[in-house]
Design a protein around this ligand. Structure first.
Ligand code: SAM
Length: 274
């Protein structure tokens, strides 16, 4: 039984492929690529002649059998169009299925827009939350931002350049204009740019200039002290809801979400103060 190698490929700059990735791609019996037209260009550039098959969002389930058949006799290298397979790219199902069947899975370290944008942003990187692509619809995006608003971790998200200005406007509105944000554009490419500033500043900047190319968004985490309500604030909110005959449990749940408290903490405060 062969090994399934997960192989990151460059997110722009072709020098960002590792020596190990090149060797694994050359030695594999088969390369499973997200889009063979894209990856053939890469293979040609690096003189890789390994047979290639497509493994993408729309055929991934039907392709599993063929990939496991290849794994019977040799190694398979999984690649996406750019960056690390499985990170907002096809890969997860294949990796999980391989592990289920007892196939060795070996991930290679390498290019990924998430970590490159995060460390270049200058925002706290000790703890971060990757949320994939942000929702396209404004209502769903607002809901997601509300849910992330009090997250103490730095947030990393992928976003389309066409929606960036609207997204920054909503971040300023929902999360706050003063929150630090970084837009990492065209990472590792000739016109790489980092825009660092408050949500309000970046919103103003991108309202005037529509960016081109690929972007990754990094949003600072909430200051836990600022996000958490005081006991007096929680009590005042509780009194108001209970006076309106809302059950304690429901009021506690709603307040906890806004206050940065747990539901139990609010509930216990409600019982203590009658
Ligand atoms: N698996 C890839 C990775 O490891 O980075 C991500 C694939 S996802 C389909 C593509 C998104 O990643 C783009 O829409 C963009 O948000 C982000 N991205 C990819 N390359 C980038 C680059 N060079 N600069 C900034 N963001 C990039």
């Amino acid at each position: 039984m062969g090994t399934l190698f997960i192989v990151p490929t460059p997110i722009g700059n072709l020098e960002d492929i590792t020596l190990r990735a090149l060797r694994v791609l050359r030695e594999a019996a088969l390369i499973a690529a997200e889009d063979t037209r894209v990856s053939r260009g890469l293979a040609r550039h690096f003189d890789i002649n390994t047979p290639m098959t497509s493994y993408h969002e729309h055929n991934k389930l039907t392709k599993l059998d063929a990939i496991f058949a290849a794994l019977e006799t040799g190694d398979v290298a999984l690649i996406s169009d750019a960056g690390t397979p499985g990170i907002s790219d096809p890969g997860f199902e294949l990796i999980a299925a391989a592990l289920d069947r007892g196939v060795d899975v070996v991930p290679l370290p390498g290019a990924c827009a998430v970590t490159t944008a995060l460390v270049g942003s200058g925002l706290a990187s000790d703890s971060f939350r990757y949320v994939g692509f942000l929702p396209r619809k404004a209502s769903a995006l607002r809901e997601r931002l509300e849910a992330l608003k009090n997250s103490p971790e730095t947030i990393v998200a992928y976003e389309s350049p066409y929606r960036l200005a609207d997204t920054l406007a909503l971040i300023a509105e929902v999360i706050g204009g003063e929150r630090r944000v970084c837009v990492a554009r065209e990472l590792s490419k000739k016109f790489e740019q980092f825009y660092r500033g408050s949500a309000a500043e970046l919103r103003a900047h991108f309202a005037a200039e529509n960016p081109r190319g690929e972007v990754t968004l990094v949003i600072a985490g909430a200051d836990p002290a600022a996000a958490k309500w005081t006991e007096a604030q929680v009590l005042a909110a509780l009194c108001e809801r209970l006076a309106n005959r809302e059950p304690l449990s429901r009021a506690a749940r709603a307040i906890a979400k806004a206050a940065g408290w747990t539901k139990n903490e609010v509930y216990r405060l409600g019982i203590k103060d009658g």
